[in-house]
Design a protein around this ligand. Structure first.
Ligand SMILES: [Ca+2]
Length: 135
């Protein structure tokens, strides 16, 4: 019964694929709220996100947006680590940005609803984590 055997093998491969997808999605659960998009200079590119960070000033470059605005303890997970130059905060929360991972190093605070076309020079191209709330 070659057809039955083929079907069984296909089912096993499908099950392995499903398990594999589960393994990938579990550690990236927070990252699933991150979306990559292209910043074109308009603050409207951040519509629909709580927080957006851009590698270039004036909301340009290959940016990322956070749907839920959660804290991110290690931006090394994303290519934008150590390159953030502008920020849009559409949330009702303040944020503290840090020059190092895991909420360490120099800090830079923005308030609810603020848009920063150019972050202050001392933190430019240095942000590696951020936390919801005041510094
Ligand atoms: Ca930059």
């Amino acid at each position: 019964m070659p057809n039955f055997k083929w079907a069984t093998r296909t089912a096993v491969l499908a099950a392995v694929a499903i398990v594999g997808a589960g393994v990938i999605s579990t550690p990236a659960s927070a990252a699933n709220n991150i979306v990559y998009f292209g910043g074109n200079g308009s603050t409207a590119t951040c519509d629909g996100y709580m927080l957006c960070v851009y590698p270039n000033t004036s909301y340009k470059g290959s940016a990322i947006g956070s749907r839920n605005g959660a804290s991110e303890d290690d931006m090394r997970d994303y290519y934008i680590n150590d390159s953030i130059s502008s920020i849009i905060n559409n949330s009702g929360n303040a944020y503290c940005f840090y020059s190092d991972t895991f909420y360490k190093g120099l800090t830079f605070q923005i308030h609810a609803g603020e848009k920063w076309p150019a972050v202050n020079g001392y933190i430019n191209d240095k942000i590696s984590s951020w936390k919801v709330g005041n510094c």
